[in-house]
Design a protein around this ligand. Structure first.
Ligand code: NAD
Length: 421
């Protein structure tokens, strides 16, 4: 067992299964399909020997999990993180399956992880680690099999190395094996902003349901990486006053509203909020408890649990991160009447534009940014409406409704394809 393995409420795979069980019961899911969909189709564990700059060899642990390929190739990011566990990767892979089904893109779900601290590796070590990881999982990758993307600790450069390593092995330039690439290498315009843009669309639609005006709302955003920065920027553009934002070092607060563009410039320059003087410092825990209208957890898993859910004061929770709320916290937030836009809907803008990238690479023709944005808008608005309708129809929370929508679509295809014997 991985020494980082987490047990109990904060085990993300158990959190996924707890919600899956509720959705399956509400759907009256066939017991055979229940068994198929509750666990991953395939898990690959690899040892990754890397020649370090000092001449020594270090062996890293890596995973690639394919939860389901019923609707299409497995799709999902690769996480480089010292605390990544197999159960976390399993959960993230399953969430990708449901997410792709919720926005109705023809992908299954997968996820990868390497136990490493990318911040402590030189660029050369990072490249050698990435290439050897790809070589070790090469047999299950491919544009029609499994298409990775960036996640925490990986970026466009890592995706470029993945594309190159795969292409060298198959002896042809294959851009569609991975998404989130630099635009010059077959990446899509609008991909970097896609997840944050999708979150803003969901926030806008939710405020409409709640009868609240964006320009009368305040927001707090936890995390200021790709998702947090873009979401804060788009919320501010919509007229929302963003009063707090954080990173791993803590949070910044300014009741008058933070100048988000300026905060982003500071982040791009220093890669940390530390040293920014446009607000007061509070902790990440305090940020989650602020009396704001909109709360966006966009950093990591398990930040709202059964221990602190009662302290959340926001009316609207839009989940940027995957799994920021534990199953134990769901009930408490429901009882408090918090309107939750769950991760598998709220942050699905990223995979939607990854799908557009894959399509563009396969056709060899690239869309202008306005086309990407307009297709994303249509997709997110439809998915939001489908989830809210499902919640009303079955009198369940938005989270269980999103699971029901995703599970039903995957179950339907699995049933039609039948069980190969
Ligand atoms: P990132 O690495 O760019 O940024 C992560 C941010 O969270 C940083 O500001 C970091 O300092 C902060 N952080 C990390 N650990 C923290 C902790 N324990 N407490 C408080 N802050 C912490 O990552 P990202 O791409 O912005 O992804 C953030 C989340 O969104 C992840 O859960 C990821 O799986 C999810 N997500 C990302 C995308 C995408 O397109 N990037 C798409 C869907 C979901």
């Amino acid at each position: 067992m991985n020494p980082n393995q987490v047990l109990g409420e904060e085990n993300p795979f158990e959190a996924m299964q707890a919600r899956f069980d509720l959705a399956a019961a509400k759907l009256g899911l066939d017991p055979g399909l229940y068994q198929i969909l509750r666990r991953p189709d395939r898990e690959l564990l690899v040892s990754i020997p890397v020649l370090m700059d000092d001449g020594s060899i270090h062996v890293f642990d890596g995973y690639r999990v394919q939860h389901s390929m019923a609707r299409g190739p497995a799709k999902g990011g690769i996480r480089f993180d010292p605390n990544v566990t197999l159960d976390e990767v399993r959960a993230l892979a399953a969430w990708m399956t449901w997410k792709c089904a919720v926005v109705n893109v023809p992908f299954g779900g997968g996820k990868g992880g390497v136990v490493c601290d990318p911040g402590k590796l030189s660029i050369g070590e990072l490249e050698r680690l990435t290439r050897r990881y790809v070589a070790n999982i090469l047999d299950i990758l491919g544009p029609d099999r499994d298409v990775p993307a960036p996640d925490m600790g990986t970026n466009g450069q890592v995706m470029a190395w993945i594309m190159d390593t795969y292409s060298m092995h198959v002896r042809s330039a294959c851009t569609s094996v991975v998404t989130g690439k630099p635009v010059g290498l077959g990446g899509s315009l609008g991909r970097i902003e896609a997840t944050g843009r999708g979150l803003q669309i969901c926030a806008r639609e939710a405020l409409q349901v709640l009868g609240m005006r964006p320009d009368e709302c305040t927001a707090a955003v936890q995390g200021s990486g790709n998702v947090g920065q873009v979401t804060a920027t788009f919320l501010a553009k919509m007229g929302v006053k963003v009063t707090a934002i954080s990173d791993i070092t803590g949070a910044l607060i300014n009741e008058d509203g933070l100048p988000i563009d300026d905060v982003c410039k500071h982040l791009q320059r220093f890669r940390t909020l530390e040293g920014y003087d446009g607000g007061d410092r509070i902790t990440n825990k305090e940020l989650l408890e602020l009396p704001v209208d909109i709360l966006v957890p966009a950093a990591t898993e398990n930040v709202i649990t059964s221990r602190n859910a009662k302290d959340v004061r926001a009316k609207l929770l839009v989940e940027g991160a995957n799994g920021p709320v534990t199953a134990g916290a769901d009930k408490i937030l429901d009882e408090k009447g918090v309107f939750v836009v769950p991760d598998i809907l709220a942050n699905a803008g990223g995979v939607s534009v990854s799908y557009f990238e894959w399509v563009q690479d396969r056709v060899g023709m690239f869309w202008p940014e306005h086309e990407v944005v307009s297709r994303l808008e249509t997709m997110m608005v439809k998915a939001f409406a489908d989830v809210v309708d499902m919640a009303k129809r079955f009198e369940v929370s938005n989270r269980i409704a999103a699971y029901m929508l995703g599970v039903d679509r995957v179950a339907d295809i699995t049933r039609m394809r039948g069980v190969y014997a």
